[in-house]
Ligand binder design. Structure first.
Ligand code: UDX
Length: 427
C-alpha cells in the first residue's frame, strides 16, 4: 500500500521506516528541511539501534522517500499522523501540530485516504478530529493506531509487538489497516480492534499503569532502606508472580522520558476535567516528582564533597534523549546547591550540553569525568558503567565514594576495594 507519514521524530521515523520494510511504499513528510535533507541521504536523525540499517535498505529499494512538500502525499491511500503532542503548562496535551497537519493533508490527499492518528492523544481527541474534518467539508475517515515503542528498543518493539491496536469506525478502515500490517497479521500478532476513544485509552492506561508500577517499587525501595530489606530480592520475589511480572520493577531515580511524565499528566488532566477522581494516578505522579529531590538529598547526605562526577544524563540507557530525564532533574537541584559536576554520558553529551546547566562540565570520557572528584554518582544504567574498572577509577578520584542510583555496580567488590557505596533500596 502507498502510505504517507507526517512527522519524522521518534514515532514517525521508526514507524515510516519499519512500515516500508513490509509490503508498503512510504513517503515521510517533515516541515524541517534539515531533517529531510539528512534522511534522504540515509543519515539517521534519531539515535535508535539498527534504524540506519533499515533506513538505508529501504532507500536502496526505493521503498521510502522524504519530503517537506505536502503535495508529495497526494496519491497515498493511508496517512499516519505522527507529530508531537507536547504537554501544555496545565498538563494537557497540545494538539496544535495534529490540527495543522490535518489541514495541510486534507488539501492534497484523496477523499478516500484514511487518516490514521499514531501520535499519542488524550482519550476523546480522535472523535474531535473527525468532527473537525467533517466541519471543513471533507469526508476522510479517521482511524487510530497508537504505538508502544520504547526509545532505544523501538525496532525490536516494532518487530515483536505484544499487540497492535486499531481504533476504527468502519469495515473499510479495518481492511486498510490489516493490509498495511499484513506481515504482522500473518505471523499471528494479537490485533485489538476497538473504537477511537478506547484505543486512545489503551495507550494512556498502558503508560500510566507502568508509571504507577514504577512509582510503587521506588517507594518500596525507600522502605527497604529503613527496614534493612533488599530491593533486588524484593523485586525478584514479587516479579515472579505471573500476575505482576518482573519487568518495570527495577527501582531507580524515578521515571522520565518524553512519554510517561507527559502521558500521566495528560490522563490526569482528562480525569480532572471530567470530575473523575484518579487518586492512584495522582499519587504516582506526585511520588515520582518527589523522588527527584529525594535522590538529590541522598546524594547530598552521602557525597564526600561538592566536586562530583555524574555518570549518565539520558533518561534511560540506550537513548540520547534527555527530555524529562530524572538525571537532569537531579543535576538541576544539585546545581542550585552549589555542586560542581563533571557529567558524562555515552550518547547524550551533546543534548545535555545544549541545556547549559550552571556548574556542569560535559566530559568526553568516564575517566575525564571522575578525575579529581570526591564522589561518583550513577544515574543511568549504561553497560559502560556496569563494566567500570574500579581499580583504575580508585587511582583517579580524591575520595572513593560511589552513589549508585541504578544498582548496577558490583557492591561487594567495590566495598572490598575500599569504596563507600550507597544504593537504592539497600540499607
Ligand atoms: C515508554 C513505554 O514503555 C512505551 O511503551 C511507550 O510507547 C513510550 O513510553 P520509553 O519512554 O521509551 O517508553 O521508556 P521506558 O523504557 O518505558 O522507560 C520509562 C522510564 O522508566 C525511564 O526513565 C526508565 O529509566 C524507567 N524505568 C523503566 C525504571 O526506572 N525501571 C524499570 O524497571 C523500567
Amino acid at each position: 500500500m502507498k502510505i504517507g507519514v507526517i512527522g519524522t521524530g521518534y514515532v514517525g521515523l521508526v514507524s515510516g521506516v519499519m512500515l516500508s520494510t513490509e509490503d508498503n511504499s512510504v513517503i515521510c513528510i517533515d516541515k524541517s528541511k534539515d531533517i529531510i535533507t539528512k534522511l534522504k541521504i540515509g543519515e539517521c536523525t534519531i539515535y535508535e539501534n539498527m534504524l540506519d540499517h533499515y533506513l538505508k535498505s529501504s532507500l536502496d529499494n526505493n521503498k521510502i522517500s522524504f519530503s517537506s512538500n505536502y503535495n508529495d502525499i497526494k496519491d497515498v491511500e493511508a496517512l499516519f499522523i505522527c507529530v508531537g503532542t507536547p504537554s501544555s503548562d496545565d498538563g494537557s496535551a497540545n494538539l496544535d501540530y495534529i490540527y495543522s497537519s490535518i489541514d495541510s493533508s486534507l488539501e492534497v490527499v484523496s477523499k478516500d485516504c484514511l487518516i490514521i492518528i499514531k501520535s499519542t492523544v488524550p482519550p476523546g481527541s480522535s472523535k474531535k478530529f473527525q468532527d473537525y474534518i467533517y466541519k471543513k467539508g471533507y469526508h476522510n475517515k479517521i482511524a487510530t493506531n497508537p504505538e508502544f515503542l520504547r526509545e532505544g528498543t523501538a525496532i525490536y518493539d516494532f518487530q515483536n509487538a505484544d499487540r497492535i491496536v486499531f481504533g476504527i469506525q468502519n469495515e473499510q478502515s479495518k481492511k486498510i489497516l490489516l493490509d498495511i500490517y499484513k506481515s504482522d497479521v500473518l505471523k499471528g500478532t494479537e490485533i485489538v480492534f476497538t473504537d477511537l476513544t478506547t484505543s486512545e485509552m489503551i495507550k494512556y492506561v498502558s503508560n500510566s499503569f507502568l508509571s504507577i508500577k514504577l512509582s510503587f517499587i521506588n517507594e518500596m525501595a525507600n522502605l527497604c532502606e529503613k527496614i534493612d530489606a533488599n530491593i533486588h530480592d524484593l523485586s525478584k520475589g514479587v516479579g515472579l508472580d505471573k500476575r505482576i511480572g518482573s519487568m518495570f520493577l527495577n527501582a531507580g531515580p524515578g521515571y522520565g522520558g518524553s512519554c510517561f511524565p507527559k502521558d500521566t499528566n495528560a490522563l490526569k488532566f482528562v480525569s480532572d476535567k471530567l470530575n473523575v477522581k484518579s487518586l492512584v494516578l495522582d499519587a504516582s505522579i506526585e511520588s515520582n516528582l518527589a523522588r527527584y529531590s529525594l535522590m538529590a538529598k541522598k546524594i547530598e547526605d552521602n557525597a564526600g564533597g561538592k566536586k562530583i562526577a555524574i555518570l549518565g544524563m539520558s533518561f534511560k540507557a540506550g537513548t540520547d534523549d534527555v527530555r524529562d530525564s530524572p538525571a537532569v532533574e537531579i543535576i538541576n537541584i544539585l546545581s542550585e546547591k552549589g555542586y560542581d559536576m563533571n557529567c558524562y554520558d555515552p550518547a547524550s553529551n551533546n543534548n545535555f550540553r545544549s541545556l547549559n546547566i550552571r556548574n556542569t562540565k560535559t566530559c568526553k570520557s568516564l575517566n575525564e569525568a571522575v578525575k579529581d572528584t570526591n564522589t561518583i554518582v550513577i544515574l543511568t544504567e549504561w553497560e559502560e558503567f556496569k563494566e567500570i574498572n574500579l581499580e583504575d577509577i580508585s587511582k583517579l578520584v580524591t575520595n572513593k565514594i560511589i552513589i549508585d542510583l541504578r544498582n548496577i555496580i558490583d557492591r561487594d567488590y567495590a566495598l572490598k576495594l575500599g569504596f563507600e557505596v550507597t544504593n537504592i533500596g539497600i540499607a
